[in-house]
Write a protein that binds this ligand. Structure first.
Ligand code: ADQ
Length: 488
């Protein structure tokens, strides 16, 4: 049932509508879905289908109303594959060497954002609170305002935000920063991302520091804050506990014949550092022959964005390097590296995580990285494994007791693998306790509630507010990056 007061309107590129084509129900969609089911509301975005139809498809499911629209083949290419995933994704991850840029794709991106604004505006009601998600929809806050939306608008970026020098590599980036500033609250995964955005807002988009975490834009106060995304830790722990005893985990265990399992679980994506991870593993086998036959790396890398050239190239390169490592080091009874290039069911992965002596999570750059938190939640507290985590993942700000590494440094990866594989029980337990302590009280739903409450608070003095957000026992952490704009 809809709560009285502010209806929540979530806008995201992919929408987990019950019958959406290609809906990818990841951790975040599940979390937002629980929040939406509790509050009721409208969820708007792309249907996942490609067609020439521009009409809206409406689906009611419990308290949630889904409104989706198709993309044309040209929009799917220019907006989704190109400008979102081949320009903004690498740019915002500070990997401009992977970036392609074409002004025409930037135009298609803007047209799709405008079309979303056109379609959404007539569905809006007085008092709605709009929450826009991620890099596909940076132009939407301004698009909605210019069509008359006056209610609270929040925006959350799930991926990192770079410094202003990098942003300058994409001519449209300045305009997108300006468009985002039409929101009332702009959220990021870490304080560093929030600070970078505040910096860009002031230097490139004419905003003025307004004390604390606020900037002033044409007389309006806009709040910029860090809202680290969480998982449902206890739920994941229970899933892992059960799955570890299930058939899949048992088969994996038998196949290892006592070898230590090192596990990587990622989307197959150039930001996840998969080739560098393989180099670190190769370095371990090269310089410490003792480990041969005693350790196996299982890398599960779900294919994604296969229409983008960099993703296809990465898959080929990974297959080649996995083949090289195996042909160079394998024994008749031992395969050092097992590579699976597809998604594996969530509970099966949870069971594998509990089995793994080492969780290898080494992105070159990552907004948060939920796999790191899932690995911690999956462990047996009596005999936990060790997390090796990239310093460049947002999760490293919270999981400081993991072995933190520079993913580009093959020797450091090999050192950390040895350290993890030989770590005594007391140290493993101590590190795990600290990591568990850092994640156990936050949750994905709590994260959503905290953002929504922050949005209501940010806009409360300006707009009448009839429905407050109840406090939640598992609130997500909220940090309005104290003095985020003070240093400017
Ligand atoms: P992603 O880049 O997709 O998310 P991540 O945070 O690790 O990265 O979330 C991936 C989710 O998919 C996890 O729940 C994981 O278990 C699952 N997954 C990954 N590989 C899988 C596989 N091979 N098979 C099955 N499941 C798999 C983006 C940002 C992140 C940010 C999240 C949430 O890039 O930085 O943490 O959004 O905000």
């Amino acid at each position: 049932m809809n709560r009285p007061g502010n209806r929540l309107v979530v806008v995201s590129n992919r929408v987990p509508a019950p019958s959406a084509a290609g809906a990818q129900v990841g951790g975040l969609a599940v979390a937002l879905q629980s929040l939406m089911q509790q509050r009721g509301g409208l969820w708007f975005g792309w249907s996942g289908k490609i067609s020439d139809s521009t009409s809206l498809r409406m689906i009611e499911d419990g308290a949630v109303r889904y409104a989706t629209t198709d993309l044309t083949a040209e929009e799917h290419d220019g907006f989704y594959n190109e400008f979102s995933n081949a320009t903004l994704w690498p740019l915002l991850h500070s990997m401009p060497e992977l970036m392609t840029y074409d002004r025409r794709n930037a135009q298609v991106y803007r047209e799709v954002n405008d079309r979303f604004a056109d379609k959404l505006t007539p569905l809006l009601r007085e008092g709605d609170m709009i929450w826009v998600h991620d890099y596909h929809l940076c132009a939407l806050p301004a698009g909605l305002r210019s069509r008359g939306a006056t209610g609270p608008i929040g925006f959350f970026l799930h991926i990192p935000f770079p410094g202003p020098d990098l942003l300058a590599k994409v001519p449209e980036a300045t305009n997108l920063v300006r468009d985002l500033l039409a929101a009332d609250l702009i959220g990021f995964q870490t304080e560093n991302d929030a600070r970078n955005f505040a910096d860009a807002a002031v230097r490139l988009a004419g905003a003025e520091p307004a004390g604390g975490s606020f900037v002033l834009v044409a007389g309006r106060r806009v709040r910029i804050g860090a809202f680290p995304v969480g998982i449902e830790p206890q739920e994941f722990a229970d899933t892992a506990h059960n799955a570890w005893e299930g058939a899949s985990a048992q088969r994996l265990r038998r196949s290892l014949s006592g070898q230590a399992l090192v596990l990587g679980v990622d989307r197959l994506d150039p930001t996840k550092g998969l080739m560098q991870r393989f180099s670190g593993f190769r370095r371990l086998l090269e310089r410490s022959p003792d480990w041969r036959r005693r350790v196996t790396l299982l890398q599960i890398a779900a294919e994604s964005r296969t229409d983008v050239a960099a993703y296809r190239d990465l898959r080929q390169a990974m297959e080649q390097e996995a083949g090289n490592i195996n042909s160079g080091y394998a024994e008749p009874d031992w395969t050092p590296l097992r590579l699976i290039a597809r998604a594996v069911p969530r509970d099966t992965i949870a069971g594998y995580m509990r089995e793994a002596r080492v969780g290898l999570v080494t992105p070159l750059r990552d907004g948060m990285n939920l796999v790191a938190k899932e690995y911690i939640a999956a462990q047996n507290p009596e005999n936990p494994g060790v997390l090796i985590l990239s310093r460049f993942a947002g999760a490293a700000e919270q999981l400081t007791s993991a072995l933190l590494v520079n993913p580009y440094d093959a020797d450091e990866l090999a050192d950390s693998l040895e350290q993890a594989l030989t770590m005594d029980l007391a140290e493993r337990q101590d590190r795990w306790q600290q990591s568990w302590g850092a994640i156990k009280d936050s949750s994905a739903v709590g994260w959503g509630r905290t953002f929504v409450a922050g949005l209501l608070r940010t806009t409360a003095p300006k707009r009448a507010m009839s429905g407050g957000e109840p406090a939640t026992p598992h609130a997500g952490r909220e940090s309005f990056a104290s003095g985020v704009v003070r240093h400017l």
